[in-house]
Ligand binder design. Structure first.
Ligand code: NOJ
Ligand code: MG
Length: 549
């Protein structure tokens, strides 16, 4: 067979050491505006993050992914980049960045940046040039089109943030395409100059020493070059997200996108040991295509199945098995429970079940990605109308897709502004309950969510079977989900109660006599089990066979 661009991963790793760092480790997403403010302006910044690195080390995560920190007019809070190779002054400067990177590396932490290649800010000099005239050399760096015969937009493509995806440019008499805000014009990845310029952006940061990228909306990078209308979505109903009116078959997940991803991957592979993660919301069979032919694509196409799935044992068991079955040979799995675009897990399923979800995330096969604050059980914070800042909520109000509630400041202590900032007013309000749910208070309480996360992470780090072991389905019935992780002779059984009633499960072969290693309820460590495990409501346990073998 043809040689693959980088050595394929060992299909059944014999030890954890056979895995690259990003497969062994845990990723922690920081939304920089909300982690720690160091200068009292009410917005988090890089020196703030630096001052909290030891917290992350103590928590036990391995890598930090930062949402965008680049210069930006902040129409979409940094996902509208006006300079790809600098730092927004609100976050600090390049020296602050270098300090943060060095400090992370000193502590053995990896640092992953957010790469936003689908669109720039309208204030990016490239777009300023492109819109200056039709014959500007950068015109074709973006996607322009003449109006339809009636003068309206060229086709029915819709923006994810409401309305048409086409914006009329009066001065040059054409429309430009924007998959998101009109302040975020889409780059034209069919233009080789764009490809070169964006590859150089990656090299700029890789040369500085970053450990990889999370790539924003990587499945959007190419749109149909014939600009065909998207077909109607017959399942769409009024009250749903207006973007769902049409099936985005010509605006996302186009076949040519895989060449673009492979091109980005080749740049990553010029440097050793870096990671390429892609943000992709697609059904499993389409998602796994982003590993690329012969694994020439993303190392990890983000797997958001748990974010969107109903919280139901059979459903989750099925999606785990479908995912496991769909992975290409050598493709490494990953799991995500939350991010800055979705409701927090503790709000979606409640704080009690969020503990079960933590155990699920940290015992499944594949790299876990955590969202800052979820380890505290942070919930969505209701935002009073006058404090809404998310452009998505402003453009598409009232249907519950606003993202401010999940982006509120990290809760460090019971003190003023939860220890996040000394400002009079923080950019988003603090949760009412921050005096209860915060790092300081929870650290002192062995039954807190934070203590649970710390124990789960410590166990995962010390149990190669949880990292490199295979996944063996055991049961999915009513509210119970059970599976085994196995590496060599070491087998661990995970049993989760996804409901609010107690549940008894006969122990599978080899576990008839066992011992509880960890319970979500903090009080059963070391308890022997015999024949059956009885879970309390909202409980999850990890069991080892009595022999310890
Ligand atoms: C996905 C990002 O996660 C989201 O926050 C952003 O608004 C869109 N991409 C547009 O960049
Ligand atoms: Mg600040």
């Amino acid at each position: 067979s043809a040689p693959s661009p980088s050595p394929p991963m060992v299909e059944r790793p014999a030890t954890v050491d056979d895995l690259p760092w990003w497969a062994r480790g845990i990723i922690y997403q920081i939304y920089p505006r909300s982690f720690q403010d160091s200068d009292g302006d009410g917005v988090g910044d890089l020196p703030g993050i630096l001052s909290r690195l030891d917290y992350l080390v103590e928590l036990g995560v391995d890598a930090v992914w930062l949402s965008p920190i680049y210069p930006s007019p902040m129409a979409d809070f940094g996902y509208d980049v006006s300079d790809y190779t600098d730092i927004h002054p609100m976050f600090g400067n390049m020296a602050d960045f270098d300090c943060l990177l060095a400090a992370a590396h000193e502590r053995g932490l990896k640092l992953i940046l957010d790469f936003v290649p689908n669109h720039t800010s309208e204030e990016h000099p490239w777009f300023q040039e492109a819109r200056s005239s039709r014959d500007n050399p950068k015109r074709d760096w973006y996607i322009w089109h003449d109006p339809a015969p009636d003068g309206g937009p060229p086709n029915n493509w819709l923006s994810e943030f409401g309305g048409s995806a086409w914006e009329w440019d009066e001065a040059t008499g054409q429309y430009y395409y924007h998959a998101f805000l009109k302040q975020q014009p889409d780059l034209n990845w069919r233009n080789p100059e764009v490809v070169r310029a964006m590859h150089d952006v990656l090299r700029f940061w890789l040369d500085r020493g970053v450990d990889g990228f999370r790539v924003d909306v990587i499945w959007h990078l190419i749109v149909d070059d014939r600009f065909r209308d998207n077909p109607p979505n017959l399942d769409w109903r009024p009250g749903m997200h207006p973007h769902g009116r049409f099936k985005p078959i010509y605006t996302a997940d186009r076949p040519e996108v895989h060449d673009v991803v492979a091109g980005i991957r080749r740049v990553i592979d010029e440097y050793g040991d870096r990671v390429l993660i892609g943000e992709i919301y697609l059904p499993i069979e389409r998602l796994v295509a982003y590993y690329g032919t012969d694994l020439s694509g993303a190392h990890m196409p983000f797997n958001f199945q748990l974010i969107d799935a109903p919280w139901d044992a059979r459903h989750i068991a099925r999606l785990i098995e479908e995912y496991e079955a769909a992975l290409p040979e050598g493709g490494w799995p990953n799991w995500v429970l939350g991010n800055h675009d979705k409701h927090r897990i503790a709000s979606r399923i409640g704080r009690a079940q969020a503990r079960v979800a933590a155990m699920l995330l940290l015992t499944l096969r594949g790299t876990p990605t955590m969202y800052y604050g979820d380890e505290l059980g942070m919930t969505d914070v209701p935002i009073p109308p006058e404090r809404v800042v998310d452009p998505l909520e402003k453009n598409v109000p009232g249907i519950g897709i606003g993202r401010d509630p999940a982006r509120t400041p990290m809760q460090w202590s019971a003190g003023r502004n939860a220890g996040f900032s000394t400002a009079e007013r923080t950019w988003l309000p603090l949760a009412d309950n921050h005096a209860v749910f915060n790092v300081e208070t929870e650290s002192a309480d062995p039954s807190s969510m934070l203590s649970l996360y710390r124990r789960l992470i410590a166990l995962r780090r010390s149990e190669p079977a949880l990292i490199a072991g295979s996944y063996v389905a055991v049961a999915a019935e009513d509210d119970a989900l059970a599976y085994i992780r196995q590496l060599g002779d070491r087998r661990l059984l995970v049993v989760l109660d996804l409901g609010s009633r107690p549940y008894g499960l006969p122990l599978p072969n080899g576990f008839e006599r066992g011992r509880i290693l960890l319970s979500t309820h903090a009080d059963r460590t070391g308890e022997p089990v015999d024949g059956e495990i009885v879970l309390r409501a909202d409980e999850g346990v990890i069991i080892e066979p009595a022999s310890g073998a």
